[in-house]
Design a protein around this ligand. Sequence first.
Ligand SMILES: [Cu+2]
Length: 112
Amino acid sequence: MLQGPDPACYDQTWLDWNYAFLAGEEPNPTVARFAYMLQGGSDASNTDPFATEPAAGEEWVNSGPHVMLLLPGELDLSVYSTDHDSGGPYIVWAGTPYEHIMTPVAEATPSA
Ligand SMILES: [Cu+2]
């Protein structure tokens, strides 16, 4: 779930992914596709796709401008990080049907 408007630019594969997500169904992409969120975005959790607010003691995951990569199959945790504060690419919602890779393209703007 999102905190802000989180504008994104993507193709039909990502649109289908979003419809599946909103319906609670598995998207199961068969092709790799990029999406662009160049105004950044926010998520209540980097582990729970359906969290509506951060868990106790956690903060919103506010990402700066980024590119997202959707890949078929399961992502390899020995290859990709899940650390959203690393400054590098990381897996969002690892191990779920909605996992994908976020790659920062600029610094996040600190929250006010
Ligand atoms: Cu994004």
